[in-house]
Design a protein around this ligand. Structure first.
Ligand code: PHE
Ligand code: ZN
Length: 845
């Protein structure tokens, strides 16, 4: 547990106050004597003075046994979480011995125990919970680590020198340190790098999980080859270890040479994992591997620069996934994620720049803005300078900054030099929060086609006024027959208002923001016929999908609370897409999916309308029913055409067919009350098909399927996470809170396991908004009770879950009052963590 010292703990840190350390650490020698309740950590820090001033070390929840300077014991000056060393010499060795209790570490930060194995999580500031150190990313040191334990597998960073003895020759910050000890088994393989280095690869799991690692291993090897081929980056140690742990706050962690993963992003078999799980494994394995260069070899000077490694590495994992799978489908999926999470964040009280200027708790800034918008910023840069310019700039970045802790300025300077561009205005993407609105109006007169563009960046907390941004707008023009008459070009908009003109014989159809060329909200009114044209014929798959989405959204919004019939034109277009055998099934599945309830609520709010969660839910059901009726006679044959040949294969092509089949089964369930879904459930030979059918049956109100699923899968924790989540997600809104309550009382519900917690609480808020927003406020009360309870165990988890309340000002006065009462109750609770108290403070605004 955190030391209660709010006066010291709740101070904000500011980017502008950055100062380098006066005394640094160049080498770290660590000995661990592992014990669940009393682990001893002996540290020998080789220190060097770089300027005048005191050395201030970080330490948290440590029992300090001994401190010595150059061999002589000293009485340290310890104030809360800091140890201050005054008048340190120019070069010296600082030794400390501390005791920690991994078994009692429920925060899952520092050294803890998960499923019987010791493991660590040090990003962002967990190393200080292991030993005294300068726990900040601009202090880079080499490490020697000795692990003393009877456990058979003892791992740390770098190369193995002897059993339990590891040496990492690459200087790294504390946050990349890792240790694992346990009774583990590995799938082993090798990879030979382009530089001729033989690398031993291992995916370590608990006994019983072997046989579920081959996809992760395969993804790792493809990632290594891809980074060599596309970025010219080869791996740099003799071994690369991945370890799967069950209790983990995030997805995975890129510790040097020893990546630690949430087990749900490693373990997969056809019987237990869905296509979405496989895709996540591929993406996250790649992401963590890519960090070896973008994050580890070149790291961040301070935590304000987090996007430097995360935005870039997300961009790289997106590029990788586009190369491995369908480029179009991948891009659409990434845009959906960005809008669902980042636009929502940017539109509310938690909006912050890609590079924040201050924080109280850095863990609260591992956000969609830093990650996903950070990746969009890299993508825009690449569009502006072109693919070759991008490659030159990135090569310069690696050459110039290898081994350093850098800033966004260092990164941008490489582009300015390599590409001879001025990025002064572009840099606003890092400092101005909020999603720019781009208004586009076009007109045709006398052979002149004119596009008028206006940009507005809305105010966000602490930033009332914004300057115009540099926005790359990719667009193309089609004739009214749907033929492309001007191929994609990129116009970089820099002024608040601009226009473009073209001479042409007839009025064209504008395909704007191709490939989603910038993270903006586009306001471009268009006749239905033109949208239908784009949907049917645009050469840009993103704009095709987007046209369909706009049409669907306009209809849903019109139908909310109105019960209006859906027009035949739209339903015909939907049917044409569904039955278009020439189109990629994955694309058709995406195009048939309606905007989410949260997306609709956000759009209504944008338009100045107070969203009613129940009416939104009803309107979506109504539209699905209309789609189902329109397609009814075609569905069986369409689903047959989705059948895949042979054994389950997670590749994108087959996954796309299963996705389309699942979408159609969903519609079918509206017509047959679950008959087809029951057959599909019984016939399923893989978890993707099984979960699709399970969801349909839950929505159809099937009384027995949950019990049957449970008795089949009780023993499997990852599958049971799905069982918990599905029941909450697919409950009727009026039942959702009761279902969630009942599930938190289930014998397999474990509040110490973040995956299990998210499978109930996360599912309620993300997948069942009409349930969460029950008008009597019982969803809010239930949720706040859990936030408080979890906060005592795991503040990172409670703080992250609290973002469910970030949209509270969208809703009606009654709901706002109910939520506000819960926020007040949380804020007034004694002993709130720094994490949750910062979040609740910001959400209340
Ligand atoms: N750095 C990790 C990643 O993006 C995420 C992470 C952050 C994991 C903080 C743990 C703690 O890959
Ligand atoms: Zn990352």
């Amino acid at each position: 547990m955190r030391d209660a010292n709010p006066a010291q703990n709740n101070q904000a840190v500011h980017l502008k106050d950055y100062a380098p350390v006066p005394v640094t650490v160049t080498h770290v020698d660590l000995t661990f004597r592992l014990d669940p309740q009393a682990t001893r950590v002996l540290a020998r820090l080789t220190c060097e003075r770089r300027g005048p001033g005191d050395m201030v070390l970080d330490g948290e929840a440590l029992r300090t046994i001994r401190v010595a300077l150059d061999g002589a014991e000293i009485a340290p000056e310890i104030e809360g979480d800091r140890m201050i060393l005054r008048d340190a010499p120019d070069a010296f060795v600082l030794e400390t011995e501390v005791e920690i209790a991994p078994e009692r570490n429920t925060e899952l930060s520092g050294l803890y125990i998960s499923g019987g194995m010791y493991c660590t999580q040090c990003e962002a500031e967990g190393f200080r919970r292991i030993t005294w150190m300068l726990d900040r990313p601009d202090v880079m040191a080499t490490y020697d680590v000795r692990i003393e334990s009877d456990l058979p597998v003892l791992l740390s960073n770098g190369d193995e020198v002897a059993q339990g003895v590891w040496r990492d020759p690459w200087p790294k910050p504390t946050y990349l340190f890792a240790l694992v000890a346990g009774d583990l088994v590995a799938e082993a393989d090798t990879f030979t790098t382009s530089e001729g280095r033989e690398v031993a690869l291992n995916v370590w799991v608990r006994p019983g999980d072997e046989g579920r690692t081959s996809y992760a291993m395969d993804a790792l090897k493809r990632s290594m080859a891809w980074d060599e081929r596309v970025y010219g980056r080869a791996y740099d140690l003799s071994v690369f270890n991945i370890v799967a742990v069950d209790d983990f706050n995030m997805g995975a962690m890129e510790n040097k040479g020893l990546n630690i993963f949430n087990s749900r992003y490693v373990l997969a078999s056809p019987e237990t994992a869905t296509d979405a799980d496989y895709a996540n494994i591929e993406r996250i394995v790649a992401h963590e591997y890519f960090h070896n260069w973008t994050g580890n070899r070149i790291t961040c000077r301070d935590w304000f620069q987090l996007c430097l490694k995360e935005g870039l590495t997300v961009f790289r994992d997106q590029q990788f996934m586009q190369d491995m799978r369908s480029q179009a489908v991948q891009r659409i999926g990434d845009v959906m994620t960005l809008r669902a999470r980042q636009f929502r964040e940017d539109a509310g009280p938690l909006a912050h720049p890609v590079r924040p200027e201050s924080f109280v708790e850095i863990n609260n800034f591992y956000t969609a803005t830093v990650y996903e918008k950070g990746a969009e910023v890299i993508g825009m840069l690449r569009r502006i300078v072109g693919a070759e310019g991008y490659d030159r700039a990135v090569a310069l970045y690696f050459a110039r900054h290898d081994g350093e802790a850098c800033t966004v300025e260092d990164w941008l300077a490489c582009f300015e030099e390599a590409c001879d561009v001025d990025l002064a205005q572009f840099k606003l993407w890092y400092s101005q929060a909020g999603t720019p609105h781009v208004e586009v109006r076009d007109s045709f007169n006398d052979g002149l086609y004119r596009i008028d563009m206006k940009q507005v960046v809305p105010p966000t907390p602490g930033q009332p006024d914004k300057a115009p941004m540099a926005i790359p707008l990719a667009f193309g023009l089609l004739d009214t027959a749907g033929n492309e008459i001007r191929e994609t070009e990129v116009h970089v908009m820099t002024q608040a208002e601009e226009h473009l003109t073209f001479e042409m014989a007839e009025r064209p159809v504008l395909s704007m923001l191709r490939g989603f060329s910038g993270p903006v909200m586009l306001d471009h009114p268009m006749e239905d016929v033109d949208r239908l044209r784009l949907l049917a014929q645009d050469t840009d798959p993103f704009c095709r999908w987007e046209a369909g989405r706009r049409l669907a959204k306009e209809r849903l919004i019109a139908a909310i609370g109105e019960d209006v019939a859906l027009d035949a034109d739209w339903l015909d277009a939907v049917a044409a897409l569904a039955t278009d055998a020439t189109a990629d099934p994955a694309f058709r599945a995406l195009a048939l999916a309606l905007p989410s309830e949260d997306d609709l609520a956000g759009s209504l709010h944008e338009a100045g309308v107070v969203p009613d969660p129940d009416a939104i839910y009803a309107a979506r059901r109504h539209a699905q029913m209309a789609m189902a009726e329109r397609l009814s006679s075609a569905i069986p044959a369409l689903r047959d055409a989705c059948a895949t040949a042979g054994q389950y294969d997670p590749r994108a092509e087959d996954a796309g067919k299963r996705a389309l089949s699942a979408t159609l089964l969903r519609l079918q369930t509206f017509l047959d009350g679950g008959a087809a879904a029951r057959a599909a459930y019984d016939a399923a030979d893989n978890m993707t098909d099984r979960m699709a059918a399970f969801a349909c049956l839950l929505e159809a109100g099937d009384e027995s399927v949950a019990a049957r699923f449970e008795s089949d899968w009780r023993h499997d924790r990852l599958v049971m996470d799905k069982w918990f989540a599905a029941q909450v997600s697919h409950a009727a809104p009026r039942d959702a809170v009761d279902v969630a309550k009942r599930l938190t009382a289930h014998s397999l519900f474990d509040p110490a396991n973040p995956n299990r917690v998210r499978s109930v609480l996360g599912a309620l808020t993300a997948a069942n908004p009409a349930g969460f927003h029950a008008p009597d406020g019982r969803g809010y009360r239930f949720y706040a009770d859990w936030l408080l309870r979890l906060d005592g165990m795991n503040p990172q988890l409670s703080a992250r879950l609290s973002t469910a309340f970030e949209t509270w000002r969208r809703y009606d006065a009654d709901r706002q009052a109910l939520i506000s009462a819960q926020l007040d109750r949380i804020a007034a609770t004694d002993g709130l963590s720094r994490d949750l108290s910062e979040m609740i403070g910001r959400i209340r605004g």
